[in-house]
Structure formats: structure tokens, C-alpha cells
Design a protein around this ligand. Structure first.
Ligand SMILES: CC(C)[C@H](C(=O)O)[C@@H](O)C(=O)O
Ligand code: SF4
Length: 773
């Protein structure tokens, strides 16, 4: 019998199954692991406490991106003196120490290859078609643009991958978004993905991997495809994926970590060509979009689904489709300081941010520069350009783009996440409004009280010139972006990105020996004792919880709201209870508790259960959200849906996600509002309302997760019981896809010089002062 046709997701998934249990839980082998400073400290500490090593340092690449300042690095000596903010410095220095201790390849602050994780993976050829790629970061979906299965994970999963090079997974649904036809002038990949999210909503992809296909997608460059896959997480999807083709292979060829030219390259391409979905493959969800229907698009509200064509107006809650939406819109308008029905191009802005893992690649910079060339930014505006990596910056400078931006009045910065989430000093002030090329417009995302409008680099450049949200087509006479006939002088020398990729691959550095027990580790790391990392210490068992349930009468509660960025700088898992729901619980300016917020009121301040509407925990992969909930006392969430990564994070921390039908949630919500106790019983798989109707509603938790929750099991131990399967998978992998056995780098420049690995840890700690391996 012929094998059933499969999607590209099916093929990538099937090719990485190291072991499968009867209930469908799979030990999925991971080819590539990217690591950054925010979501890794607790994971490394977990390894250290358990005496575990990193299983595949050669498949792991680390960098610093979220916390780092984007000011000039001319005076950089080391991170301890360069990163001024104490908690940010701690995270950066902790990662520098961890990569030395565990022997990982690392691009630190003095390395031109440093940048946002999702920029540097593809840039180095670390990201490859058909590979499984993870990172403790939700925008790992970016790498799906190469036909890789790439998704974000929480810190417990980071620890699992570091220790076992695998992750526990269940098969997701297949979803297809097909875009056909030619894009109109002024419309590009950012408009495509914003438009798609507007159609399917931020929960539209929950539980699914979205394959983007169709003639429009095929015509796009790799940079443009990455912007689309990047934001599939904003559509709630587990991952986004685009079948590889000649555009993909051309992009990869010659990059340092790509398969070597010759037989290895040919074998790799032959394999990659087998990946695209088979004719007749089944999709659980199918969405068709016409390119001609996509306008230049902006967001007006506080969710990425709050999109509108730039020619449109701010919507009126009177026209909402139901009461929940009307409430959400009213709240969003209030937060954004906007009146219903205001034309979008009458909205005045204060700042422009061009950057982030969505739009900070060379093509994005060229796009913005083509609009800004010969123009000045509007009076009183602050505009910043933050390249995605040191190499993007170098290339842009070689092409003269920095001059165009600076002449226009832009601040030209160093690479990092910057004002995408403002973990560093690049932030909006309360009330400031920003035209931004980033991916999230959540409340407080770019700074407490800040207001974000998402758009493409071309649209952000247009907004910079006029000082208002602006239809870029008005500035380009209806021509395509970058092809404006009225500006023949725009003649940037396009250079080849690959000429900046000079460092040769080598095996990664050997780990330093562990610091002896009698050594004062904190002194070596220069980390305050209060900031010493803590590991999970095992998951709490969950059988039955009976208690007060707090009604959170909102949909789409994102993890930025559950715990905002300033609390992600910890290297601990504990003590985050007071940060839980911080922006809603406290006055942003005074820090005083807000009496009318439900969690500040008795008896809800002692709640053990939360009841919320759909898509609870969407957005970022921060496990800090689960840690904060647990520390507050929450053991269960009852909702119609919970975002995928957050759901896993909850389970890893002994918190049950009880998913019920919306009508059932309504009844639990009413009981919660009436301050009645609610029972969440995992043994019976039931939510029970004992005080009113004594009604019960059944929920389902997959059997493996349920088993771990009921017994409080450490899944790394469980996975390691199957190590023989992992080992034999690795042997097969080396035989079939030898190019996936990774490498580190031979650093060539003075700044990227490899530091000697010294045996005696005490002296090593003193001698090894450089940060880059
Ligand atoms: C810090 C990290 C957990 C987070 C993410 O997962 O997305 C961040 O990158 C973000 O964009 O909010
Ligand atoms: S979304 Fe923003 S903060 Fe998150 S990885 Fe991308 S650039 Fe960094």
C-alpha cells in the first residue's frame, strides 16, 4: 500500500521521532538549540544541580540579545563594566559563565556575530531545512522559513534539551495558509502576516503548525519569509513553516555552518528536496488569502489581531461582534488613547523603532532606507534603527545605509532586541506612541504605559517622515518600495551578506572543569548572592485542588501581562508571586495596588484557581509566567483555550490547564464571581462546582502529562530511561544527515579570539576574562 501523502510538518516530525509511547507522546530529537541569557540561567542551574552535562554542545549556539544596551561598544572591555543595569548584567554574565562551564559556542558582546538569536541562526547556516530547532523564545518559529520544524519552549524544556537533546512532544494539527497572486505596491511580507492574523485571530493557529504556501510566498526572499514565520506565534501557532526551494538553498550555500560544497551539499539538497508537502496531503485547517486583498496594514489596539488597513479608521466597539470583543476593544482604545472612528493616518506618533527579530535584516533596512533617502524625520520625533546582528550592521554600513538613516535623523544603534520589549534601557515612556516594526503591541510591551503600532519597515519609515501613521504609497507615487522613479539618486551598493561570514567552523570549545565546591562562586561570577540561580527542585504533585477561583473576565491574556519584562531579569524561579499580573495589579506610576483589580480583593487574593476566557497565556514563552502564578498560589487555570507554550510551562510546574467549552467556562466564571469554591480534580478529570449546582464538567489532559502531574515526576529522568533510543537515533542521524552534526567556530579577529580552556577552575576563573569563544 502506498504511504499516505504527508505535509512538510509530518515529514520533519516523523524524521525526528527517537521514541514513541502508546499515547502518542514522542521523544523528538532536536538538531539545533539556540540559547539566550533570559531563559537559560535556571536551566543551566538545573543541570549543575543534577550533575548533568550538555549532551550536544556541537548543536547548541548561544548569544546575548534581550538585556544588552544598544549604545556604541567602542569602549567595551567586559560585560561587568559595560552593562550598567545590575539585573541585566547578572543575566549576561551568568550566560558568559555558563557557556564556559558547559563548553558552548557563544557570540558575546565583543563579537561581530552577536545578534538576536533568530537573526544569527539563519545568518550562520545553523538553521537548516528539515532540522528540528528550538530556543527558549517564542519567535523560534522564524526558522520555519527554511522548511525546518522550529518552535519556542520554556526554561524547563530548555533544561530538558540541554540534558537530552530531545523534547517531549505530541503531534500538532496541520494548518495551511495559502496566499496567491501579486502583492500591490507598498505591500510586503509584514503586511501579509498582519493581515493573516487579522483574519484568523491570535488563537487561530492554537495547537497547529501553519504551513505558508502559494505563489505569493514562493516569490518572497528568505528575509521576507522569515518575517512571516516569525509572527506565526502571534497567530497562536506552535510553529510556522515554508517549504524550502532554490531561494532557500541559494541563501544557505556558503554560510559557515552550511553543509560543505561537494557531495555533502548535494546529499543535503537532495534530502531537502524531498521535504515539501506531498500532493493530496491532509490539512486540518485551510485558509486562502488573495495577495491583491492585502493593503499596507497597521495595528490600532493592544493585540496583534487588532489590525486595519492604513486607509481605514479606528474601529468602534459598537460594531464589535459580541460583548467580549466590545469590552476588549473599549479597553484597547482606552489604553491606546484613541477615539473610535479616528482615521488611522491622523494618529500622531512620538517614536519610531525599526528593529526586532521580525524586521531587522538587511532587506528590511534597505526597504526603510529607500523611503528615507534624502528625507528628514518629522520634528520632535525620536527614531531608532537597531540592526538584528553585528553582521547586518556591518553590511548595512558597507552599503551606506547608516548614512541614509543618520542623515534622516535616525539613531544608528548596535544589535539587540532593544525596544521590541525594552528589557534594556530602550523603552517608551508612559503615554508615548511608537510606530514599530516589531511583533507585539501588548499593553506595556515597549515600556510601561507605552503605545505600540505594528507595521512594516517601509511604513515605519513613512511614519518617521510625516510624524503620523502614514500610507507609504503616498510617498512612493504608487511604485513598489525601493523602486521609486522620482528618486533616481537612491542607488545603494548592494553587497553580498556572505562576504561578512569569515569565521571557519571547528569543534566547540571543551568545557571548563567545574569550580570546586569550596570556591566562592558568586565572587567569581560577580553575581549578588540574592541572585544565585535556583533549579526547579521537582514538580509538585497535582491530584485535587479545592479553593477560591479568581474570575479573570478577559480573553487573550498575554504572558507580558501575566509577568512583564522587568521581572524576567531574575536568574531564580522563586519569589515572583508579587510580580504576577503586575501591570493590572499595581498603578504603573506609583506602584500602589489597585483596589478594583480582582486579585487585590479578598477572597481572590488567596485564589488557587483562575477562570479566564480563550487564549490564556498567549505570546512569549517566558516560564516566569508559570513561576509567578505558582508563587502566588495558583494551581489550576480553567479556560476555553490556553496558548501552547504556556500550557506546557504550566504542566512543568504542576499547574493544571482545565480546558472546557465556553458555555461551561461561563458557569465556572459565574461561580467564581459569586466567591464559591471550585474543585479541579485531575484524578476524575473534572471541574466541579460543589456549592451551587454541584455540576461537573469533564476536561482532558493528555495521558503522559497527566501521569507526570499526578505523580510529580521529573521528565528528564523519564527521558534518560530511554537513552538507548536516543543513542541509536544519533547514530542513524550521523549516517543519514551527517551535516547536522554541528560545529563551533575558529575565531579569527582579535575580538573573537578563542580563550584557552584551563583545567584548574579556580585559576581559570581569574585568567579567563574574555567573553567570546
Ligand atoms: C524573553 C523571551 C521568553 C520572550 C519570548 O519568548 O518571546 C521574548 O523574546 C519576547 O519577545 O517576549
Ligand atoms: S520578539 Fe523581540 S524580544 Fe523577543 S526575541 Fe524577538 S526581538 Fe527579541
Amino acid at each position: 500500500m502506498a504511504a499516505a501523502p504527508r505535509t512538510i510538518y509530518d515529514k520533519c516530525f516523523d524524521a525526528h521521532v527517537a521514541h514513541k509511547t502508546e499515547d502518542g507522546t514522542v521523544i523528538l530529537y532536536i538538531d539545533r538549540h539556540l540559547v539566550h541569557e533570559v531563559t537559560s540561567p535556571q536551566a543551566f542551574e538545573g543541570l549543575r544541580n543534577a550533575g548533568r552535562k550538555v549532551r550536544r554542545p556541537d548543536c547548541t549556539l548561544a548569544t546575548v540579545d534581550h538585556n544588552i544596551p544598544t549604545v556604541s561598544r567602542k569602549s567595551y572591555k567586559d560585560s561587568k563594566t559595560f552593562v550598567e543595569e545590575a539585573d541585566s548584567r547578572t543575566q549576561v554574565v551568568t550566560l558568559e559563565d555558563n557557556v564556559k562551564e558547559f563548553g558552548l559556542t557563544f557570540f558575546g558582546l565583543s563579537d561581530a556575530r552577536q545578534g538576536i538569536v533568530h537573526i544569527i541562526g539563519p545568518e550562520q547556516g545553523f538553521t537548516l531545512p528539515g532540522a528540528t530547532i528550538v530556543c527558549g523564545d517564542s519567535h523560534t518559529s522564524t526558522h520555519g522559513a527554511f522548511g525546518a520544524l522550529a518552535f519556542g519552549i520554556g526554561t524547563s524544556e530548555v533544561e530538558h534539551v540541554l540534558a537530552t537533546q530531545t523534547i517531549l512532544q505530541k503531534k500538532a494539527k496541520n494548518m495551511r495558509v495559502q496566499v496567491e497572486g501579486q502583492l500591490g505596491p507598498g505591500v510586503n511580507s509584514k503586511d501579509i502576516i498582519l493581515h493573516v492574523i487579522g483574519i484568523i485571530g491570535t488563537a487561530g493557529g492554537t495547537g497547529a503548525v501553519i504551513e505558508f504556501c502559494g505563489s505569493t510566498i514562493r516569490s518572497l526572499s528568505m528575509e521576507a519569509r522569515m518575517s512571516i514565520c516569525n509572527m506565526s506565534i502571534e497567530a497562536g501557532a506552535r510553529a510556522g513553516i515554508i517549504a524550502p526551494d532554490d531561494i532557500t538553498y541559494e541563501y544557505i550555500k556558503g554560510r559557515p555552518l552550511a553543509p560543505k560544497q561537494g557531495p555533502e551539499w548535494d546529499a543535503a539538497v537532495a534530502y531537502w528536496r524531498s521535504l515539501p508537502s506531498d500532493e493530496g496531503a491532509h490539512y486540518d485547517i485551510d485558509v486562502q488569502v488573495k495577495a491583491a486583498d492585502i493593503p499596507p496594514t497597521v495595528t490600532w489596539g493592544t493585540s496583534p489581531q487588532d489590525v486595519a488597513p492604513i486607509t481605514g479608521s479606528v474601529p468602534d466597539p459598537k460594531n464589535a461582534k459580541n460583548e467580549t470583543q466590545a469590552k476588549a476593544w473599549t479597553r484597547a482604545l482606552e489604553y491606546m488613547g484613541l477615539e473610535a472612528n479616528t482615521p488611522l493616518d491622523k494618529i500622531k506618533i512620538d517614536k519610531v523603532f525599526i528593529g526586532s527579530c521580525t524586521n531587522s535584516r538587511i532587506e528590511d533596512l534597505r526597504q526603510a532606507a529607500s523611503i528615507l533617502h534624502g528625507k528628514k524625520v518629522a520634528d520632535g520625533l525620536y527614531c531608532m534603527l537597531v540592526p538584528g546582528s553585528g553582521l547586518v550592521k556591518k553590511q548595512a554600513e558597507a552599503e551606506g545605509l547608516d548614512k541614509i538613516f543618520q542623515a534622516a535623523g535616525f539613531d544608528w544603534r548596535e544589535a539587540g532586541c532593544s525596544m521590541c520589549l525594552g528589557m534594556n534601557p530602550d523603552q517608551l515612556q508612559p503615554g508615548e506612541r511608537c510606530a514599530s516594526t516589531s511583533n507585539r503591541n501588548f499593553e506595556g510591551r515597549q515600556g510601561a504605559g507605552g503605545r505600540t503600532h505594528l507595521m512594516s519597515p517601509a511604513m515605519a519609515a513613512a511614519a518617521a517622515i510625516t510624524g503620523y501613521l502614514t500610507d507609504v504609497r503616498k510617498l512612493t507615487n504608487g511604485t513598489r518600495v525601493g523602486e521609486d522613479a522620482s528618486k533616481p539618486e537612491y542607488n545603494v551598493q548592494i553587497t553580498d551578506a556572505k562576504s561578512y561570514l569569515t569565521d571557519k567552523p571547528l569543534p566547540p570549545p571543551a568545557p571548563l572543569k567545574r569550580v570546586p565546591a569550596d570556591t566562592d562562586e558568586d565572587a567569581i561570577r560577580d553575581v549578588p548572592a540574592s541572585q544565585t540561580a535556583t533549579a526547579g527542585g521537582g514538580m509538585q504533585k497535582f491530584t485535587v485542588v479545592k479553593g477560591i477561583a479568581a474570575p479573570i473576565d478577559r480573553a487573550n491574556v498575554d504572558t507580558d501581562l501575566i509577568i512583564p519584562k522587568q521581572f524576567l531579569k531574575t536568574i531564580k524561579r522563586s519569589g515572583l508571586g508579587s510580580a504576577f499580573f503586575w501591570p493590572a495589579r499595581y498603578d504603573v506610576k506609583t506602584g500602589e495596588p489597585l483596589a478594583d483589580f480582582v486579585l487585590n480583593q479578598a477572597p481572590f487574593n488567596k485564589a488557587q484557581i483562575l477562570v479566564a476566557w480563550e487564549n490564556w497565556g498567549c505570546g512569549s514563552s517566558r516560564e516566569h509566567a508559570a513561576w509567578a502564578m505558582l508563587d502566588f498560589g495558583i494551581r489550576a487555570v480553567v479556560a476555553p483555550s490556553v496558548a501552547d507554550i504556556h500550557k506546557t510551562n504550566l504542566a512543568k510546574n504542576g499547574i493544571v490547564a482545565a480546558i472546557l467549552e465556553p458555555e461551561e467556562v461561563k458557569e465556572v466564571m459565574e461561580a467564581a464571581k459569586a466567591k464559591q469554591e471550585v474543585i479541579v480534580d485531575l484524578e476524575q478529570n473534572k471541574v466541579i462546582l460543589p456549592e451551587s449546582s454541584n455540576k461537573s464538567f469533564e476536561f482532558h489532559v493528555d495521558s503522559f502529562t497527566r501521569h507526570c502531574l499526578l505523580n510529580g515526576l521529573d521528565d528528564i529522568d523519564l527521558t534518560m530511561e530511554k537513552e538507548n533510543f536516543i543513542k541509536s537515533f544519533e547514530q542513524e542521524r550521523t549516517k543519514d544527515t551527517p551535516w547536522l552534526d554541528g560545529f563551533g567556530y575558529e575565531a579569527t579577529g582579535a575580538a573573537t579570539k578563542l580563550q584557552p580552556v584551563v583545567d584548574a577552575a579556580k585559576s581559570a576563573a581569574k585568567k579567563v576574562t574574555g567573553t567570546d569563544w
